[in-house]
Design a binder for this molecule. Structure first.
Ligand code: NAD
Length: 436
C-alpha cells in the first residue's frame, strides 16, 4: 500500500518505518526541514531501541522516504496518517491546530479518494473537525475521503516492539471502505488473539484518553499511599506487591516514585478532565490525579531539604533526566521540575543521563548553574547530595563505596526506589526514598 505520514516525531517515525518494514511504500512529511535532513541520512533524531537499524534498512530498500513536500506525499498515498503533536493549551485543553493544519494540507493536495487516519491523541469529536478541514480545503472539488480514528498506544522505549506486537489495534470508523483498507494494512501485525478492534469514532477517540488516564490514576493512587506508608511505618513496595498479586488488580503501574511525566500522561489527564468539564460533567478524580502528580514531583526537594535545609551554593548531582528509562524524552519529566526548584534555591546542579542530555540541555537552557556531565560518577564527584530521578538499569547497582569516597556528603534521595535502603544505610549514607 502507499502511505503518507505527517509528523516525524516518536509516533510518526516509528509508524512510518514499521509500515515500510512490512513492505509498504511510505513517505513521511515534516515541516521541520532539519529533522527531515537527518532522517534522510538515516538518523532517527529520537532515541528509540531498534529504530535506527530499521530506518536505515528501509531507506536502503527504497520503501521509506522523508520529505517536506506535502503535495507529493498526499498525491501518491492510499492512506494518510496524521501523527503531529497535540500539546496542552494553558487551560489543559488539547491544542488541535497542528492536526487542523495537516487536515487542510491533505484537502488541498488530494486528487482522488483517501483514507485519512488520525493517530494523534485528540478529544472526542475531533474527527468532525478533521473532516470539515479536509472538505473545506478542497474548495468544492467534492473528492471523496473517509476520516478514521486509530489511536496510538506505543510506549516510548519499546515503540518498535509495541508496533510489531500490539496489545490491541483500535480503529474507529463509520465507513466499510475504510474498514477494509485498515484491515488489510494492519493484517500482518494483527493476531488471532488480538484482532483489529473496530468501534465507533467517538469510542476510539475516548479509548486512548481513558487508557492513559487509568494508568496515571494507578500511579497517583500509589503515590498518595506512599506518604501514608512513611507516617505509619509501612513499605509501599510491599504494599504494591501484596496488591498486585490479586489477579483483579495486577502488578503493573503500581510503582510509587517521583511522579509520571512524558508527552502523554500529564497532557491526556488534563485534556480528559477538560473534556468532562466542557460536557458539564465533573472531573474530580482526574483533577486529583494531576494534583497528586505535581505534588509528588515537588516532594523530592522537600526530602532533600530534610538533610540539607539550605541548598544555596550546594552541589546536587542528578541521575536521570528522561521521564522514564530507554528514552531521550524529557517532556514534563520530573527532572525538569526538580532541577528548576534546585536552581531557584541557588543550588548548583550536575546532571547525567545515558540518553537525554541533549534534550535536557535544551529544556533547562533558561536556568543558570546547571552542568551536564558524561558519566554518573563524574556527577557525584564532590557533590553534597545525589538525587535519582530515572530508573535506568545502570543506576541500579552503583559502586556505593566509590561514591561515598568521592561525594562531599553521603546523601541520596532516591526518587525511583531503585536502591536497597538497608545496603545504602549500612555504608553510612543518609538515604530517603518514596514510601519506604
Ligand atoms: P512529536 O512532538 O515528537 O512530533 C510531532 C512532529 O510533527 C514534529 O516533528 C513536528 O515538526 C511535526 N509537525 C507539526 N506540524 C506539522 C505539519 N503541519 N506537517 C508535518 N509535520 C508537522 O509528537 P509525538 O510524541 O510523536 O506525538 C504525536 C501525537 O501522538 C500526539 O498527539 C501524542 O499525544 C500522540 N502519542 C504520542 C505517544 C508518545 O509516546 N510520544 C504515544 C501515543 C500517542
Amino acid at each position: 500500500m502507499m502511505i503518507a505520514v505527517f509528523g516525524t516525531g516518536y509516533v510518526g517515525t516509528v509508524t512510518g518505518t514499521c509500515f515500510a518494514d512490512l513492505g509498504n511504500r511510505v513517505v513521511c512529511v515534516d515541516v521541520d526541514e532539519a529533522r527531515i535532513a537527518r532522517l534522510r541520512g538515516g538518523d532517527p533524531v529520537i532515541y528509540e531501541p531498534g529504530l535506527k537499524e530499521l530506518l536505515q534498512k528501509n531507506l536502503k530498500a527504497g520503501r521509506l522516504e522523508f520529505t517536506s513536500e506535502a503535495g507529493r506525499a498526499v498525491d501518491g498515498a492510499d492512506v494518510v496518517f496524521i501523527c503531529v503533536g497535540t500539546p496542552p493549551r494553558l487551560n489543559g485543553e488539547a491544542d488541535l491546530s497542528y492536526v487542523q493544519n495537516v487536515a487542510r494540507t491533505i484537502g488541498t493536495h488530494m486528487r482522488d479518494y483517501k483514507v485519512v487516519v488520525n493517530k494523534s491523541t485528540v478529544p472526542v469529536g475531533t474527527y468532525d473537525l478533521v473532516r470539515r478541514a479536509v472538505r473545506d480545503a478542497q474548495e468544492g472539488r467534492g473528492i471523496p475521503f473517509d476520516v478514521v480514528s486509530n489511536p496510538e498506544f506505543l510506549r516510548e522505549g519499546a515503540a518498535v516492539r509495541d508496533f510489531q506486537n500490539p496489545d490491541r489495534i483500535v480503529v474507529g470508523t463509520d465507513s466499510e471502505r475504510a474498514k477494509e483498507t485498515l484491515s488489510k494494512l494492519y493484517g500482518p501485525v494483527a493476531r488471532a488473539t488480538r484482532p483489529v478492534m473496530f468501534t465507533t469514532i467517538p469510542s476510539a477517540e475516548l479509548i486512548k484518553y481513558a487508557s492513559n488516564a487509568m494508568l496515571a490514576t494507578r500511579i497517583s493512587f500509589m503515590n498518595e499511599l506512599s506518604h501514608l506508608c512513611e507516617t505509619v511505618g509501612a513499605d509501599i513496595t510491599d504494599v504494591a506487591k501484596g496488591m498486585g498479586l490479586d489477579s483483579r488488580i495486577g502488578s503493573r503501574f503500581l510503582h510509587a516514585g517521583c511522579g509520571y511525566g512524558g508527552s502523554c500522561f500529564p497532557k491526556d489527564v488534563k485534556a480528559l478532565a477538560q473534556l468532562l468539564e466542557q460536557q458539564g460533567l465533573t472531573s474530580t478524580l482526574l483533577q486529583a490525579v494531576d494534583y497528586i502528580n505535581e505534588r509528588q514531583k515537588r516532594s523530592v526537594v522537600q526530602k532533600l531539604k530534610k538533610f540539607l535545609p539550605d541548598l544555596e551554593g550546594k552541589t546536587i548531582a542528578v541521575w536521570g533526566l528522561a521521564f522514564k528509562p530507554r528514552t531521550d524524552d524529557v517532556r514534563e519529566a520530573p527532572s525538569v521540575t526538580v532541577i528548576e526548584q534546585l536552581a531557584r534555591a541557588y543550588a548548583k546542579v550536575r546532571a547525567f543521563d545515558p540518553e537525554a542530555i541533549e534534550n535536557g540541555r535544551r529544556a533547562l537552557a533558561h536556568l543558570s548553574g546547571v552542568e551536564f556531565v558524561k558519566d554518573a560518577y563524574a556527577a557525584v564527584e564532590g557533590a553534597d547530595a545525589l538525587v535519582i530521578l530515572t530508573e535506568w538499569d545502570e543506576f541500579r547497582e552503583p559502586d556505593l563505596g566509590r561514591m561515598k569516597e568521592v561525594m562531599r556528603a553521603p546523601i541520596i534521595v532516591d526518587g525511583r526506589n531503585i536502591l536497597v535502603p538497608r545496603e545504602v544505610q549500612a555504608l553510612g549514607f543518609m538515604y530517603a526514598s518514596i514510601g519506604r
